[in-house]
Design a protein around this ligand. Structure first.
Ligand SMILES: [Mg+2]
Length: 411
């Protein structure tokens, strides 16, 4: 039997607003909201501090609505670069306690301290030390969940805030969590909740105790996994820092089975490559901003160009569109192509995409994540973009190259 894991989940309270207050202490005792453009009618509240919260201000409130609830509300525009910097400094503190730190969004991390806790006292000591150090050294507060699984560590960090620690142990998890509504755990969204409600599952305890066969039949592996998680059987690993740092670019190339003569034909090859690259980026929790395309004509001349996008991405569509734009610039269709290589570099962790809280990226992220899940279960070829299907040009032995230390990739 495996040794019991010790996992912390640390969540910065009111992250954007807390950064703004840490940066400008003169506003810290006032109601503060980080908002879109104040002059625009559709500007909304992206984040708020505790004081603003006490006036009933909610994320997503339109600014004039928020001002009506709280006329003295201090509205500040977001400073994403600064938040990223805070995020990095906070993470650096976590990394003093374990090399297994997995960011989730810009302001949350799981830490697996199973093997390192002995150097620092108990799990509760580590949680309290982190809470204190981040308050003293960074000027923001965190909530920490201490548990034996990622699911319950995350739930714990939600239970008491701000500036608090909650322990959910093997001994007390039923008593502490089984009365809670389904939406309290990660992985149960509105749709899933509605479906579970229909069969009289309303609390985590209801889900844990429901007939496992029915759950499996109705909700497949997703349901099975959720049920196991609430039963305390969750062996998901915290991904270590080392796993994330070595890769500098993610690329893919192929020599087509026959020469490609038109952009129309090239599209399916580009889609195939971009989709595979984006999938691997997401699996590694990376995003990238620089897209490089190299084409080799059948007279063996190489054409290459890179483009750096304004925002990082790990979406197939973004990588595909940028690649096709580059191709438009470098290839005139006069001489047919033999090989094509695409890579994404300037990598960062994928937390930045979370800053797009209210953009359509959210839906796209959900979609692409769903595709990843299907592929994890049924294999990569189980689902493909329409454009890259049934294509006679694509050599399935496409190269998959990551610029990492050992030169190979486990996808
Ligand atoms: Mg937070």
């Amino acid at each position: 039997m495996q040794t019991k894991k010790i996992i912390l989940h640390c969540d910065v309270n009111n992250f954007f607003a807390s950064c703004e207050c840490a940066l400008n202490p003169s506003i810290k005792d006032q109601p503060v909201a980080v908002t879109g453009e104040v002059t625009k009618r559709n500007g909304i509240v992206l984040a708020k501090n505790e004081i603003a919260k006490s006036f009933g201000i909610k994320t997503g409130d339109v600014i004039f609505e928020a001002k009506r609830k709280c006329p003295n509300l201090v509205c500040v525009r977001p400073h994403h670069k600064i938040y990223e910097n805070y995020s990095r400094r906070i993470r650096a503190i976590y990394e003093e306690y374990t090399d297994k730190v997995e960011p989730f969004g810009i302001d949350e991390c799981w830490l697996d301290i199973t093997n390192t806790v002995k150097f620092f006292g108990s799990a509760l000591d580590v949680a309290n030390t982190l809470r204190q150090r981040i308050k003293d050294e960074i000027g923001v507060t965190i909530s920490v969940g201490v548990s034996f699984s990622k699911t319950f560590a995350k739930l714990g960090s939600d239970m008491k805030k701000p500036d608090a620690v909650t322990v959910i142990s093997l001994e007390n998890f039923k008593q502490k969590t089984y009365h809670l509504p389904l939406a309290s755990i990660i992985g149960i969204g509105k749709k899933m909740e509605t479906k579970l409600n229909k069969i009289n599952i309303f609390t985590l305890g209801d889900l844990a105790e429901y007939d496992e066969n029915i759950i499996k039949r109705k909700f497949g592996i997703v349901g099975e996994k959720l049920q196991k998680n609430v039963q305390g059987i969750d062996d998901d690993d915290v991904q270590s820092v080392d796993d994330r740092k070595v890769v500098k670019s993610v690329g893919n190339g192929t020599t087509t089975l026959v020469d490609v003569k038109t952009k129309k034909d090239l599209r399916s090859v580009v889609m195939f490559l971009c989709d595979e690259i984006a999938t691997r980026l997401r699996a590694k929790h990376f995003t990238g901003s620089t897209i490089s395309v190299s084409l080799r004509r059948n007279d063996l001349i190489w054409l290459s160009k890179s483009h750096t996008m304004k925002k990082n991405t790990n979406f197939t569509k973004d990588i595909y569109n940028t690649s096709m734009n580059i191709i438009d610039q470098i290839w005139d269709e006069i001489c047919p192509l033999r090989s094509i290589r695409i890579s994404v570099s300037n990598l960062d962790s994928d937390d930045i995409s979370q800053l797009d809280l209210f953009s359509t990226n959210r839906n796209r992220k959900n979609l692409e994540n769903a595709i990843d899940k299907i592929r994890q279960k049924y294999g990569y070829d189980s689902i493909k973009p329409l454009l890259s299907q049934n294509d006679k040009l694509i050599n399935s032995q496409a190269l998959r190259l990551d610029d990492d230390d050992d030169g190979n990739d486990s996808f």
